[in-house]
Each structure stands twice: as C-alpha cells, then as structure tokens.
Design a protein around this ligand. Structure first.
Ligand code: AMP
Length: 284
C-alpha cells in the first residue's frame, strides 16, 4: 500500500483516501464520488476495526461482503482497494493508541467507552500508510469526523480531513451498514430519527434559539415511537461537542436511538448566518 501511494505521488497524482468498514452503500459511494472529483488517485480501505467495538458489541456479526464491495468499488472507478488483515494492523506486540481528549469522552464516547480511541488509532494508522492529501468522512458520524479533524490538527497531519453530507434512504433514514440489522417494523419506526430532526428544524425556523425548545420538539416526536429507545438527543457546539443552552453559533443536533440491539445515529448541522437577522442554515 505504501509503495502504491509512493508511486502515485511520484507521478504527481493527488491521493485521496476513503476509509470504510465495508458493506458499502450509497453513503460510502458519495464519499468516493467526492474524492474522485478532487483527487487523481482514490484509495478505499475496508477494515472492520476490532478495537472500536466494545466487548458486547457487534464486531463478529458486522456485515461483511467483500465480493459485492469490490464490485461496487470497481464500478465506482477507484484506483486502489486496501484490505488489510487484523494481524497486519495490530500485530501481537502492538501497543500504541491515540486518545483525543475531551471531545471523545462525550455522547458516543460515553455510550461506547474506548470506541473513539479505536477509531482515532486506526485512522491515524491508515493515514500514515496511505499518506493521502485528502481523507473523506461522512457527517453521518459527526462526532467521529470531529474527533478525526481534531487529531489531524493536533498532530499536524499532512492529510486534509473532508467532511461530506449525509446520504439518506427515500424515506429519510440515514444510510448505514447497520440498517440491515433492522426487522421490518423497526425499519419503519427508524424514520423517527429524521422526523425528530425535522421537528427541531421547524422549531428553529419559527425563531426559537434555546436548546430546550428544540429538545422538547424532538421529544414529542420520539415519544410517539415506542420501539425506539433514545440514548441521547442533544444540542452541542459544533467544534467541542459540549452541550449548549442557546444556539448562537454553529451547532449540531445529535440523536442516538436504539431499536432492539441496533443503535442508530442521525444529526442536523445548524450554521448561523452572521448577516441580518442571524438566519439559521440547517443541513440535514
Ligand atoms: P463505516 O463503513 O460505517 O465506517 O463508514 C465509512 C465512512 O462512510 C464514514 O466516514 C461514515 O461517516 C461514512 N458514511 C456512512 N454512512 C453515511 C451516510 N449515510 N452518508 C454519508 N456518509 C456516510
């Protein structure tokens, strides 16, 4: 992999990396499309990273379909697929881990202890191996993208972290490899995440700026869907992921809801137009 990247750079190609855990869907493909627009050589990694799964989580049953994935990647015109083995990434004497303090400890970090330590460690390793000029991540996992951006800044990495929009199913559910775990009833109920975000958006558009009003609006929608157990529904500062009481700067509305054993995430990014009236621009 290192040799391939070295050759690409020697030929003055711009290398882009899209890290994934496979079971590819249109969300992944949107990152690849963006990478192809901006880079002359696109590397996609598929690695189901054991260190980002908790002991009671779904590492063993995480969907894996290398054949279908490589076909999709070939159709998408990627230049290289990187499929490392677990033992290559973590040989028996492996002992270095990256912890991004603060931001990693909240929300997803609180619900999944050790998760972000696994994510930041593997992403740093992938960036070191591939040495891309750009690396592409989805806003679907907004906190993950923020943790990685923080790491890239703090450690002066040579790769620019690019965060891409959320791709959704026709009914609004954010695409995720884990959606495949849902039974028919839960799949239908799972649209409640986006419906709750839309309620928050409506409240915001009506002029509310206090986080409590947004939370109440989401709560009213979430309460109607008994199948979904809310892990968190929070309004946070878009950089630090600290909870905020007032939306007076860029912020995320973040949701994690469990259906049976399947935990789903969704979010909405609020940017404030500093011009007249502080109009809010919402990205769903
Ligand atoms: P994963 O394979 O789930 O680790 O995801 C690999 C990358 O794809 C991550 O940067 C995700 O945030 C991104 N991604 C996953 N689902 C979506 C989606 N629905 N829209 C945009 N990006 C996504």
């Amino acid at each position: 992999m290192k040799e391939f990247s070295r050759k690409q750079r020697a030929e003055n190609r711009v290398v882009g990396l899209v890290p994934t855990m496979g079971a590819l869907h249109d969300g992944h493909l949107s990152l690849i499309k963006r990478a192809r627009l901006e880079c002359s050589s696109v590397v996609v990694s598929i690695f189901v990273n054991p260190t980002q799964f908790g002991p009671a989580e779904d590492f063993a049953k995480y969907p894996r379909d290398i054949e279908a994935d490589t076909q999709k990647l070939s159709d998408a015109g990627v230049n290289c697929v990187f499929l490392p083995e677990v033992a290559e990434i973590y040989p028996p004497n492996y002992s270095t881990h990256v912890t991004v303090e603060g931001i990693s400890e909240r929300l997803e970090g609180r619900s999944r202890p050790g998760h972000f330590r696994g994510v930041s460690t593997v992403v740093l390793k992938l960036l070191q191996i591939v040495q891309p000029e750009f690396a592409y991540f989805g806003r679907k996992d907004a906190q993950q993208a923020a943790v990685i951006s923080q790491m890239a800044n703090d450690l002066n990495l040579n790769s620019e972290i690019v965060i891409c929009p959320i791709v959704r199913e026709a009914d609004g559910l954010a695409m995720s490899s884990r959606n495949a775990y849902l039974n028919a009833q839960d799949r239908q109920a799972a649209t409640v995440l986006q419906r709750a975000l839309l309620a928050a958006q409506k409240t915001l558009n009506a002029g509310a700026r206090d986080a409590q009003s947004l939370r109440l609006a989401m709560g009213r929608v979430l309460d109607q869907e008994a199948r979904g157990k809310v892990d968190y529904a929070e309004i946070v500062d878009a950089q630090t992921f600290q909870p905020i009481a007032l939306v007076n700067r860029s912020a995320y509305v973040l949701l994690a809801v469990k259906f049976g054993t399947t935990r789903l995430l969704d979010n909405m990014l609020i940017e404030l137009d500093e011009g007249v009236g502080h109009k809010s621009i919402v990205h769903l």
